[in-house]
Design a protein around this ligand. Sequence first.
Ligand SMILES: [Zn+2]
Ligand SMILES: [Zn+2]
Length: 273
Amino acid sequence: MRQLIDCHIHTERCGHAVGAVDDYMREAARQGLWGIVFTEHLALSEDLDPEHELSMRACELEDYLVEVDFARERYPDIRVVAGLEADYLPDRLEATARELSRSRARSDGARMVLGSVHFIGGWTFDDPAHVDEWESHDIDQAWREYFELWCDAARCGLFDVMAHPDLVKKFGHRPAADPTELYREAAEAAAEGGVLVEVSTAGLRRPVGELYPGPDLLAAFHDAGVGATVGSDAHNPTEVGYHIPEAYDALRSVGYECVLFPDGAGGWRSLPL
Ligand SMILES: [Zn+2]
Ligand SMILES: [Zn+2]
């Protein structure tokens, strides 16, 4: 039997998900998941998230970590790891590093940091509320800018795993130009930056209807020797473990033999696919 894991889970603390840690844990236990990583959105600054709809409040970090720690005791059959998802904001790297170090300073601090590109300039291109803005953007240029940011993020040293690598395709916008070169650059950046990549099943629930990353990009990561985790990006307890076996199959199909799970001590545990 496969040991199924889910390394990308949110809770109601971020303002756009429902359910508390325990609601997600109950579902993980029901499914018999082997391991789970909570990756709440690290607090964005007030100007970017004035209504706290995109991320948890900075003052909630401690309570969040304590809550995940409690779940670890309450569900001894599941490996429970605290993590965080942080946005790559090139002009705010210091603030992000500061916020992450608050977690790192704690004994129960996050053991895995997901890095995400959700902003191209000030545009939250993957937010359904801003999907209309795609009309005024050149798709090829948006893809180029997205991957440029993604490569910088992979190399910036703040993140352990790069989340949903080709999120730019979320609403089905595909470039006219062949993206092979962008994929090659992304794979090179991930290898150089020493980050893992996430195979995210969230794309299966979106208009694009496929995993992030797609097979060509995933193959490029494999060929560059980049390791992988898997995650559902659950924002509702019903999404825990969403189509994880499909992510395992995708990894196998491009040559991966294992998927990685944080061991809690700064390293990774390999699980066969
Ligand atoms: Zn979210
Ligand atoms: Zn997420």
